[in-house]
Ligand binder design. Sequence first.
Ligand code: SF4
Length: 218
Amino acid sequence: MTEETFHWNDRELLRYLGCKNGAAPDQNTADLIIQCKQELERAASPRVIWREYPLSFQGHVIDMTCLQTESKSLERNLKDCERVLLFAATLGSQVDVLLHRYNMIQMSKAVVMQAASVAMLETFCDEQNQKLKEEYEEKGWYLRPRFSPGYGDFPLECQRYIAPALELGKRIGVTLTDSLLMAPSKSVTAVIGVSRLPRNCTVQGCEVCAKRDCAYRR
Ligand code: SF4
């Protein structure tokens, strides 16, 4: 990364490492975390893309213009939305090189690198999502939390339509394998609902949101 130092979410990183309720890691793991963060900051080249599409519903079919699907969990999440943002982000291929290297030579570090890279991608997405949220709110639109293919009953197959719609290969260097995995591996696609109705969603999503009785909760 060439920009300013990345804003790590240590709590998330520890959660991905399996440390419950922000419990402190042992000294060896704490040292590995510092090393992994530094190496990831050097290796990652985060890129993001999004495009807006009209949204309509035909019965239970969700029509996002470039893709049609049925999913009860996504339908609930997009309730009252008139548009969607298709969103994708990646940390770039050098992060996979790092992961591969430590898988070969130091498994304990590979485990920490895996958790740190997932946390890095999530935090990068949250930051981009926050910027979009603010831009849209200035225009009187409200964003719902990111919802990725594979969440709930939102079919992973939808990646096949999201990839060409966002021109993932050309724009951010992400390709899809036949088994619908993304390369580089630390990449994500998502749908973000756009509504005139405010819900004050957190960009981290429903899992961390305090509004337990929300009708849109996924
Ligand atoms: S539970 Fe929270 S984050 Fe999820 S849709 Fe409702 S308000 Fe938004």
